[in-house]
Design a protein around this ligand. Structure first.
Ligand code: 5GP
Ligand code: MG
Length: 507
């Protein structure tokens, strides 16, 4: 299977450039971003925020702050936030405004060049950008700009975006207009925190695919990928940044620049299902409450005759509570997780992934022995994890193993920053639910339906990005179908029909 690229990277290796050949060949942009403007010391808040957002990225962490003279200083490194930062380097980052970034773990891209925030100095002063998401048309844009004579030092789409912003800034003294002009050419799902001198901005893509929210923190304001940041900094969530909105933070206030287009949205359903912390509030909904509803819906759509329900820790926990509430089957802790083992999902090859599942999870025999067991997890991607889990639960003495999954069958890649890239890696590609049940050796398997998921989230289907489960995307993606395309086609058919009728009348 293909390897993944880090946050803010899109283009693949190019044979003409030595440095670029060392870049991995797949994008993966599930990250966490934060931006803050406060009367107090920004770096300690940013550091705390990155630790709170650590679940969104464990590969690298970085903080950039604006110093007294408005120059930008950054500390970035590989690893977890607490491995990158210490009291010494944090005290070197003194300033009242700043941005931070954690990057999702990936394979093959362990290099410092990829670590964010990216900082550039320009005629307009220093500028820094942190990026969560994927720019779908970055390759085409880069090529166009290269043909115009631009030279890039990396393949990161973060570089592409920051350079496009700087290029607009040189003509337009107004940063908001400059950013808007630059972003007009960009398509995809993104949440940016941007610092121009000491001015801090939060920017969300026009459809709100990637999350970003606005909060009050002690002494100022902040934007962050998830609202838990504000809870834990002793502040509070104000609201989500709206799709396409740009927000400027000041210590005493914030200024909103609403989306010039507006109305439409496509919030990522996978944030609710798996990625966000359950204690976050995202686009007005509690992630925990959504997962409980998902669990209940699963119990209604796919009931099971069983003695015990066990979640796959940690991501299956909340769904399992909902399943138990609805079904009345008792919940137990049937799988113990070793928290100190790396996430299996990111390991480079299948053998390593399989070995690592065993290292990470161990069944509790007394819970499953002689029982009909329901295992609940948030999602199945390749199926590696679930096959191993079913096998180990059976070996531990379960008489029947039923699997229930809180995300519909993943059948198509994500182009907006979730780590699901090629169709051939999905176990659901070309297989029915029964085939997959057989493949993972389960007695039965039930995925929540797309409709059930939409209802559990409580949004309209037209307000969610469901690309990975429907293969219909909210933006143009080369070679893929756009959402609402069917209705457009039927509209065309309908109007073609009308034309036919009217021409008959005419003739
Ligand atoms: P599989 O073995 O089927 O490829 O992986 C499914 C498991 O990975 C599930 O337990 C799910 O919680 C987790 N998972 C799903 N998507 C992601 C992801 O993007 N990153 C990580 N780390 N885990 C994921
Ligand atoms: Mg999991």
């Amino acid at each position: 299977m293909g390897r993944r690229r880090p946050c803010g990277h899109t283009s693949g290796p190019r044979p003409t450039r030595q440095v670029i050949q060392t870049f991995p060949d797949k994008a993966e942009d599930k990250c966490g971003v934060v931006g803050i403007h406060t009367e107090r010391d920004a770096s300690s808040y940013l550091y705390a925020s990155l630790r709170i957002l650590q679940h969104r990225g464990q590969n690298s962490a970085g903080i950039a702050v604006s110093t007294e003279d408005e120059s930008i200083k950054a500390v970035r490194g590989m690893g977890l936030a607490h491995e990158v930062f210490n009291s010494e380097n944090l005290s070197s980052l003194s300033g009242r405004s700043g941005i931070g970034h954690v990057r999702y773990p990936t394979t093959g891209d362990d290099m410092l060049e990829n670590v964010q925030p990216l900082v550039l100095s320009s005629g307009m002063g220093d500028i820094a950008l942190a990026h969560n998401g994927d720019i779908v048309n970055s390759e085409a844009l880069r090529e166009r700009l290269e043909n115009e004579g631009w030279a890039f030092f990396s393949t990161t789409d973060t570089e592409l975006v920051i350079r496009m912003i700087v290029n607009e800034l040189k003509d337009l003294a107004d940063p908001v207009k400059a950013v808007r002009n630059a972003l007009k050419r960009i398509e995809g799902g993104y949440a940016f925190t941007l610092m121009i001198g000491s001015r801090v901005y939060g920017i969300r893509d026009p459809l709100g695919i990637r999350p970003l929210c606005l909060g009050k923190v002690p002494g100022g304001y902040a934007v962050a990928s998830e609202s838990v940041v504000f809870d834990m900094l002793g502040g509070k969530l104000i609201r989500d940044v709206m799709p396409g909105e740009m927000v400027e933070l000041t210590a005493g206030d914030y200024v909103s620049y609403p989306s010039p287009s507006g109305g439409e949205r496509a919030n990522c359903m996978f944030e609710y299902v798996y990625f966000a912390r359950p204690d976050s509030i995202m686009d007005g909904k509690s992630v925990f409450d959504v997962r409980i509803e998902v669990g209940k819906m699963l119990a209604r759509e796919h009931p099971a005759e069983a003695d015990v329900v066990i979640p796959v820790p940690d991501s299956g926990r909340t769904h399992a509570i909902g399943f138990c509430e609805e079904s009345g089957i008792p919940l137990s802790e049937g799988l113990m997780k070793n928290r100190f083992v790396e996430r299996t999902f990111i390991l480079p090859d299948q053998d390593a992934r399989e070995a690592s599942v065993r290292m990470k999870l161990n069944p509790i025999r007394s819970v499953v022995r002689g029982k009909r067991v329901v295992i609940i997890d948030d999602s199945i991607v390749r199926g590696t994890t679930m096959l191993k889990i079913v096998q180990m639960v059976r070996e531990a003495g379960a008489t029947e193993v039923h699997v229930r999954i809180g995300c519909p069958r993943i059948i198509a890649p994500c182009y907006y920053g979730i780590d699901m890239k090629t169709r051939n890696q999905f176990i659901a590609t070309g297989r029915s639910e029964e085939d997959i049940a057989r493949e993972i050796t389960a007695d039965s398997l039930g995925y929540i339906s797309v409709d059930g998921l939409v209802r559990a989230i409580g949004s309209k289907q037209s307000e969610l990005c469901l690309g990975c489960v429907t293969a219909e995307y909210p933006t143009k993606v080369p070679g893929e179908r756009m959402r609402f395309q069917r209705s457009l086609e039927s509209f065309q058919q309908a109007s073609a029909g009308k034309r036919a009728v009217s021409s008959r009348i005419d003739s």
